[in-house]
Design a protein around this ligand. Structure first.
Ligand code: FE2
Length: 187
């Protein structure tokens, strides 16, 4: 059986206490799960988007997948550097995550973009919480997360630019779920 959230740390980087490192590792494991989930979800959309603007969205997403996969690797290796054990198996990801699977299959570009707006909102909000948590504990980890958040926010803008009106509002504003966000683009 996959370990649920084993963040025990026996030794860590110089200047950090093992119990502080264990806290940072626990925070990073959650971000590792979120980034692995995001990379898979972006590929799922890359494969399932249909309609006249297929190629624009299909092509836009692969560089985002590549960028997020680099973040996955850096996050896992930071866990190992801190003396922890990064858990990268799909079963552990599903057991540990606090969010639901992406909810849309084959659909038009606007529906997927609206749903991805909510996906990115969740990942980025949680990244900012992780930044706050690591600020005092380990500024080196904080720095890694800050750099990742900047890139994630840029990818989020690429998605949102498709959903923005000429007045500067978002078609998805206030949508509570991915499916509700997708429906709002039909108006
Ligand atoms: Fe492809």
């Amino acid at each position: 059986m996959a370990r649920k959230n084993d963040t025990a740390v026996n030794y860590t980087v110089p200047g950090l206490k093992p119990d502080a490192a264990a806290e940072v590792v626990s925070t990073l494991q959650d971000r590792l799960n979120a980034l692995n989930d995001l990379a898979l979800t972006l590929k799922h959309v890359h494969w399932n988007v249909v309609g006249p603007t297929f190629i624009a969205v299909h092509t836009m997403l692969d560089p985002q997948v590549d960028g997020v996969r680099q973040m996955v690797d850096a996050t896992a290796e930071r866990i190992a550097t801190l003396g922890g054990s990064p858990i990268g198996t799909p079963g552990a990801l599903v057991a540990q995550r606090t969010w639901d699977d992406y909810s849309i299959g084959r659909a038009g570009a606007e529906a997927h973009l609206a749903a991805l707006d909510l996906v990115y909102t969740g990942v980025i909000q949680d990244h900012r919480t992780a930044i706050e948590k690591t600020e005092e504990l380990d500024p080196v980890t904080e720095d890694l997360l800050v750099a990742q958040a900047g890139v994630l926010e840029q990818y989020h803008w690429f998605i949102r630019a498709h959903l923005e009106t000429p007045e500067g509002t978002l078609k998805t504003a206030g949508a509570p779920t991915e499916k509700a966000a997708a429906r709002k683009t039909k108006r």
